[in-house]
Design a protein around this ligand. Structure first.
Ligand SMILES: Nc1nc2c(c(=O)[nH]1)N[C@H]1C(S)=C(S)[C@@H](COP(=O)(O)OP(=O)(O)OC[C@H]3O[C@@H](n4cnc5c(=O)[nH]c(N)nc54)[C@H](O)[C@@H]3O)O[C@H]1N2
Ligand SMILES: Nc1nc2c(c(=O)[nH]1)N[C@H]1C(S)=C(S)[C@@H](COP(=O)(O)OP(=O)(O)OC[C@H]3O[C@@H](n4cnc5c(=O)[nH]c(N)nc54)[C@H](O)[C@@H]3O)O[C@H]1N2
Ligand code: SF4
Ligand SMILES: [Mo]
Length: 708
């Protein structure tokens, strides 16, 4: 009887078990932390999610995506074994066979067509360790120059502008805690309430303290509800709007002349140019009244402190770099940077959008934000990797240009890790066709995404609950994400996949790591002395100190929270004030395509939706894309609410249902890009690139709509 009871108790405990995982949301750049509690009650699994009350960034909040994120982890559609496509059908194979096959195909392609016949395409969901290793894999194992990642579509324009203006790029120049201290806040093309919802209390606190909040967006959003002034600008016209504001600020004497003189250069040229700017012309271009332009300029110019934040709304344009430069001009000429309650920031998007752009998965870049074109940088990294400098490939091309190279058959094999370019790239019909021409496509993913289903081999990877590593949030705070849940099926971590493949390719001496922490230890050294210096950061410190800002050059260093307090990062210590001339979208409306289309996000879904479409609560709340249209515009085209329409541009069409909103400009339509196939709006968008950042013009093109 005693034995029976003891047995029963053990069995009962086994069947009714509770596991607690410390976790961090896999989605946006806030990187909220939480505990995921998995209860097993007999054979039923129940998940509970508790926000971490001690989280210094989110303050113990989670948004609806974070609360439901675990659902995709346990979704039945997770890929659990390597899959090999034979005669258009996927078959389960062993890792050994999958990796052997990949190796043989890659070696053959390179033997026949050269090292650069292979491309690598990464993503901002990868941890710092994995992004670092992907760059090393491309350059050391494959020896190809072609590597880039989805961050090219994300904050590349802001990064390029910041490098040019300040001499370095770091998401925020200040801390989030500066926000409530700012007397005036400009939110340009950023919908924080839906895209980084847990940051809202910073702005609500600012408002309570009397801050004047200006939101610039062609439509009403949850964020514009916060605004004291909502500027409903015509898409793609922000740089011109800012010229109007700059002119007013200069004329009214709101320039901080001592700051401009001591800390910047280029003001005289700007001042001269602004004399030619006419507010009436700006008003016509932007669709914003002169009064509103003046009011915004007056409020920002007069306030003693102020913060300018931009995001994809103003950055995802062929003139994205110019536009961001002009937004930074607002901060520079009024001296609102480098002190409390002041700063400029580009709100980074993906979980590791920031770290992902620092450690070498970008076409022109080496770890620590080093440059592939700089001999000293090349020598340093070659030394860390144990190769000769001359063995390091030169710089490659940007994400969309890589796909063009695929279409031109210059790139014949592609390795994609953590991205779904068939849905996320502009001109998606072309992209899908191009990928269809590849001789060999490998995709590492959690699911059979629209891109993965085109692959020859799919490698199953682990999720945020399983994979340990560091990520760098929007403030540039490096944090540790623990992957405490056991791996499912035969899934492997991305870093393990890279190591095992490199080992198959005979490169084991460069890729023999047994944990993410070991990779981080190498990354620390590789970043040492670089702009994004992580040398002083260790896993132990991250655990003890809840994250550290970079640069953090030595052990014990507290990390630098505020940048540019006394000098900028250019050699002479000065920031550059650029003169930004008139900018207009590359495609304009015409009788055939009479409406502007802009694209973006909604609260419930994340990027191409591969993960959030697997969460029943999120999918249940929003199950399809909606085309937001002004009721007057709909009336003009005799279109009703809730009907299916075809949205057509010169490149292609997408199908979705209309939803009326009097809060959007009458000349503009809006939809999100969270859906695939015919519902993918990127079948319509314009792939024209910014000449410097190579950012596509996701945020404006000309379309027509017709009833389906
Ligand atoms: N819910 C949710 N949150 C997310 C994501 C997600 O997919 N879903 N993705 C994450 C990622 S990767 C990113 S990059 C961030 C993006 O975060 P945001 O950049 O804030 O998001 P978007 O919706 O792309 O664009 C912001 C706003 O720009 C406006 N806009 C469009 N065109 C223009 C224009 O020409 N001028 C101006 N001034 N505004 C314009 C849009 O109407 C939109 O409201 O969000 C992150 N957070
Ligand atoms: N029209 C329009 N298009 C846009 C934008 C826009 O505003 N408008 N925004 C652009 C922006 S800002 C971005 S960031 C891009 C994003 O575009 P994508 O890079 O395509 O983004 P995701 O949907 O996150 O795709 C990630 C894929 O990787 C998988 N995945 C998730 N986590 C991991 C992981 O840890 N490892 C691996 N191996 N796989 C993983 C997911 O299942 C998914 O299939 O889209 C861009 N496209
Ligand atoms: S999506 Fe962003 S705001 Fe929401 S829980 Fe995740 S990290 Fe936090
Ligand atoms: Mo992004």
């Amino acid at each position: 009887m005693k034995d029976f009871l003891a047995n029963f108790q053990t069995k009962y405990k086994e069947l009714n078990k509770e596991d607690i995982y410390d976790a961090r949301c896999p989605f946006c750049s806030v990187q909220c932390s939480m505990q995921v509690i998995e209860e097993r009650i007999v054979s039923r699994k129940v998940f509970k999610v508790k926000p971490n009350k001690e989280d210094p960034v989110s303050g113990g909040r989670l948004c609806i995506k974070g609360v439901n994120a675990h659902e995709h982890v346990v979704n039945g559609q997770r890929i659990l074994y390597p899959l090999l496509k034979i005669d258009d059908e996927f078959h389960r194979v062993s890792w050994s066979l999958a990796l052997d096959y990949i190796k043989e195909k890659l070696v053959k392609l390179q033997a026949e067509h050269g090292n650069d016949s292979l491309g690598v395409y990464g993503g901002g969901s990868l941890t710092n360790e994995e992004a670092y290793l992907l760059g090393k894999f491309a350059r050391v194992a494959l020896k190809t120059k072609y590597i880039d990642y989805n961050g090219r579509f994300c904050m590349s324009s802001a990064a390029t502008a910041a490098n040019l203006v300040f001499g370095m790029d770091r998401g925020l120049t200040c801390e989030l805690s500066d926000i409530p201290e700012a007397e005036c806040i400009i939110l340009a093309g950023t919908n924080i309430a839906e895209c980084q919802p847990t940051l809202m209390p910073y702005f609500l606190k600012a408002k309570k303290k009397g801050s004047f909040i200006i939101v610039i967006d062609p439509r009403e959003t949850l964020t514009t509800k916060l605004a004291d002034l909502h500027i409903k600008v015509r898409p793609g016209m922000d740089a011109n709007l800012i010229n109007g504001m700059l002119k007013f600020i200069v004329e009214k004497g709101y320039v901080d002349h001592s700051f401009v003189k001591e800390r910047t250069k280029g003001f005289e040229k700007l001042q001269e140019f602004l004399q030619s700017v006419k507010l009436q012309v700006i008003s016509e271009l932007t669709g914003v009244s002169v009064h509103v332009i003046e009011l915004a300029a007056e409020k920002f110019g007069k306030s003693r402190s102020g913060i300018v934040l931009t995001a994809r709304g103003v950055e995802q344009h062929a003139s994205g770099v110019e536009t961001v430069k002009n937004f930074i001009n607002l901060s520079l000429i009024t001296g609102k940077i480098g002190r409390r309650g002041c700063g400029y920031g580009s709100i980074t998007g993906q979980a590791n959008g920031q770290g992902g752009r620092e450690h070498g998965q970008k076409a022109d870049q080496l770890p620590g934000y080093r440059s592939l074109s700089n001999l000293a940088h090349r020598k340093y990294i070659a030394g860390v990797w144990g190769i000769r400098e001359m063995e390091l490939p030169r710089k490659g091309v940007s994400a969309y240009e890589m796909i063009q190279k695929v279409a031109e058959k210059e790139i014949k094999g592609l390795f994609i890790m953590g991205s779904n370019p068939v849905v996320s790239s502009p001109n998606a019909i072309f992209v899908e066709k191009a990928l269809g021409q590849l001789e060999f496509l490998v995709v590492a993913d959690l699911f059979l995404s629209e891109t993965a289903r085109m692959a020859d081999v799919i490698l199953p990877t682990t999720s945020y609950l399983e994979d340990t590593g560091t990520v760098t949030n929007l403030e540039c705070r490096v944090v540790l994400r623990e992957g405490m849940r056991r791996k499912l099926g035969e899934t492997k971590h991305d870093w393990e996949i890279l190591c095992e493949l490199a080992n198959k390719m005979g490169k084991s001496e460069y890729f023999s790591y047994s944990s993410a922490e070991e990779i981080f230890e190498e990354l620390r050294v590789a970043s040492k002395g670089g702009i994004a210096d992580y040398y002083g950061i260790t896993y132990q410190r991250l655990k003890d100190e809840q994250g550290l800002y970079w640069p953090c050059p030595v052990d014990g260093h507290p990390g630098k929270k505020h940048l540019f307090t006394s000098s900028f990062a250019h050699e002479d210590g000065k920031a550059v004030i650029f003169t930004v001339k008139q900018q207009v979208p590359k495609e304009t409306i015409s009788p055939e395509y009479p409406l502007f289309l802009t694209t973006g996000r909604i609260m419930h879904h994340y990027l191409t939706g591969v993960q959030t479409r697997k969460c029943s609560k999120l999918k249940g709340s929003v199950s399809e894309p909606l085309l937001i249209i002004h009721p007057e515009t709909a009336k003009k085209y005799q279109i009703e609410e809730g009907v299916l329409v075809k949205v057509q541009s010169k490149r292609g069409c997408a199908v979705m249902r209309t939803s009326f909103s009097p809060g959007i400009r009458e000349d503009t339509l809006f939809t999100s890009f969270h859906w695939g196939d015919l519902q993918s709006i990127n079948r319509v968008t314009n792939p024209v690139l910014d000449p410097l950042s190579k950012m596509p013009e996701f945020k404006v093109c000309a379309v027509k709509i017709t009833l389906l």
